[in-house]
Design a protein around this ligand. Structure first.
Ligand code: SF4
Length: 220
């Protein structure tokens, strides 16, 4: 892929990585515009607004200038744009820690293997659970170190559904699984108690950036 290829960018910013096993690290974020998935609790709906066309060269220049210990490509849904695959590879050529955050409804098999992919599993309250891409589970079981799955839950019904779903797909106990509560909808203590009660081999996280800054702040 030519680094002159363009992608539609919502924003490029520098913040604290807030929701993955990399949470807490300073991170340069490249947010791609466009998703259309329509999750009910989406907190980046502004990524649906028209973005700015930028070449991979321009994106790399902006993102790498932050000199952050990790770089994350997110959205919106980054895998909707074909140029994302080239961007990820170009970033991997220049940076040792490149993350991808994806909504989990598209396959990640074409993603550069040097990328660490954080893949959502959508629970029932998202309204889009039937779109989870099961092919990604097979890929992750073969190379678990390259992937982690993030499940945002709004209720105990969501949690129980997710527990059964990841067990059914064989990834519970085999792949890295991170549960988090929908901010402002589910009390974190309840999710912690369910995970402890069930001795679930999964991590719990809070969206760190929403506790550091106002939860409606963009670009953090
Ligand atoms: S996949 Fe992500 S960006 Fe797209 S609607 Fe769902 S939460 Fe929002």
């Amino acid at each position: 892929m030519s680094t002159k290829a363009t992608l539609n960018i919502s924003e490029i910013f520098y913040s604290i990585q807030g929701e993955s096993s990399f949470a807490g690290w300073p991170c340069a974020f490249v947010r791609l515009a466009g998703c259309g998935h329509g999750c009910r609790y989406c907190d980046t709906t502004y990524a649906e607004e028209p973005g700015t066309a930028m070449t991979i060269d321009e994106i790399m220049h902006r993102a790498l200038a932050f000199d952050a210990p990790c770089v994350e490509v997110t959205g919106g849904e980054p895998l909707l744009q074909s140029g994302t695959f080239g961007l990820l590879s170009a970033l991997c050529d220049r940076h040792p820690v490149v993350l991808l955050e994806t909504g989990g409804f598209l396959p990640v098999d074409r993603v550069d293997p040097r990328v660490h992919a954080i893949i959502d599993i959508k629970a029932p309250s998202s309204g889009v659970m039937e779109h989870n891409c099961a092919a990604n589970f097979t890929l992750a079981l073969n190379e678990p170190e390259r992937f982690e799955f993030k499940i945002v839950v709004a209720s105990e019904a969501d949690y129980l559904w997710a527990k059964s779903y990841i067990a059914g797909h064989g990834i519970l106990g085999k792949c890295s699984i991170i549960f988090g509560p929908v901010f402002g909808q589910l009390e974190p203590r309840l999710l912690a108690e369910w995970i402890l009660r069930d001795h679930l081999p999964a991590r719990m996280q809070l969206q760190l950036h929403k506790y550091i800054w106002n939860p409606d702040t963009r670009g953090v």
